[in-house]
Design a protein around this ligand. Structure first.
Ligand SMILES: NC(=O)c1ccc[n+]([C@@H]2O[C@H](COP(=O)([O-])OP(=O)(O)OC[C@H]3O[C@@H](n4cnc5c(N)ncnc54)[C@H](OP(=O)(O)O)[C@@H]3O)[C@@H](O)[C@H]2O)c1
Length: 326
């Protein structure tokens, strides 16, 4: 191809991409459009970044009291300031919603317990818990309590958190639990013989395992919560442009191409957070429990994610690992 034709093709393609991207952004997604969360309290873990931050912004816009459970106070306070500024003084003042920052490190059972202790002391009600925080494909690391980091944060930390807040959720029923998983669960297995990955560690497998654990946990919890008025559903958000890939090394030369592709084809955090917002607020899913969603619609699971025996065994072992059962 002649250089002029190549330049024209590249420019034309770039312009088309930009127009498509702009149109997508202009069609503001609105899973919670019109719904009010006034008077409701929502906890979102990992609310200072990516999907959690987008969900916090939208639920605050819907007038909820939003508690941001974050591991780094400075990052969380900065995000809270930016969210308030984004909503604007008027919307924030008229809205009646509130944004509260609380420290929560899911890699520390002590921190999870301290967070829950404070919530139980201070909050008269809890309407929605969104288990959103996550860590992706990090090098082999252990949590404060000696668990493999991805299993420890993505599954065990949230397991303890949810269990300690269950009483408050039940007292506030109808209430909801939303568990952010990933389609990558498909590549995981619950290998009970090596949950701490001491025999071998594969960072992709361990992420997938933790996300499979999220779904099994949500299904088992839904079963245990039948008749209580507390529902629990899991979801995958799609591929979203967030900070999740911080541990993934992209070669320097490939970075511009990656940035272009992710900008063009990945969801924005607001687009990615739609299913979380939907499950947290929509009357459509009132009373729906134990299901798995993507793009605000119920989706089918692979048999491995519906294995009730594995789900129960994982529950029992998790109870022991986090110290709920001696
Ligand atoms: N992005 C995607 O394409 C995608 C796809 C499928 C599923 N997901 C899931 O979506 C959820 C949100 O991820 P994201 O994409 O929004 O990524 P993100 O921008 O990296 O946000 C993750 C959040 O989790 C927090 N976090 C990490 N470790 C924590 C810990 N030990 N204690 C408390 N908080 C911790 C992070 O805090 P810091 O900012 O302090 O690190 C951050 O606020 C995750 O569960 C992820 O598995 C994402």
């Amino acid at each position: 191809m002649a250089p002029a034709a190549l330049t024209a093709a590249l420019l034309g393609g770039g312009l088309l991409l930009a127009a498509w991207r702009w149109l997508r952004a202009a069609a503001r997604p609105g899973a919670g459009a019109g719904a009010s969360m006034r008077g409701k309290t929502v906890i979102i873990t990992g609310a200072n970044s990516g999907l959690g931050r987008a969900a916090a912004t939208e639920l605050l816009r819907m007038q909820a009291r939003v508690i941001m459970g974050c591991r780094d106070r400075a990052r969380a306070e900065r995000a809270a300031r930016e969210i308030r500024a984004e909503l604007g003084e008027r919307e924030a003042a008229e809205g009646g919603g509130e944004l509260v920052v609380r420290e929560l490190d899911l890699a520390s059972l002590r921190s999870v317990r301290a967070f829950c202790h404070r919530v139980l002391q201070e909050e008269p009600r809890l309407d929605v818990l969104i288990n959103n925080a996550g860590i992706f494909q990090c090098p082999y690391m252990k949590t404060e309590d000696g668990f493999e980091m991805q299993f420890g944060v993505n599954h065990l930390g949230h397991f303890l958190l949810t269990n300690l807040l269950l009483g408050l959720l039940k007292n506030s029923a109808p209430s909801r639990i939303v568990v952010v998983s990933s389609k990558l669960y498909k590549y995981g297995e619950i290998n009970f013989e090596d949950l701490n990955s001491e025999i071998s560690y594969n960072k992709s497998f361990c992420y997938s395992r933790s996300k499979l654990a999220n779904i099994l946990f949500a299904r088992e919890l839904a079963r245990r919560l039948e008749g209580t008025g507390v529902t629990v559903n899991s979801l995958h958000p799609g591929i979203v442009r967030t900070n999740l890939g911080r541990h993934v090394n992209i070669p320097l030369l490939a970075k511009p191409l990656f940035n272009l592709v992710s900008w063009a084809f990945f969801k924005t955090p607001l687009e990615g957070a739609q299913t979380s917002i939907y499950l947290a607020s929509s009357p459509d899913v009132e009373g729906v429990s134990g299901k798995y969603f993507g793009d605000c619609k119920e989706e089918e699971l692979l048999p491995k994610a519906m294995d009730d025996l594995v789900a129960r065994k994982l529950w029992d072992i998790s109870e022991v690992m986090v110290g709920l059962l001696k």
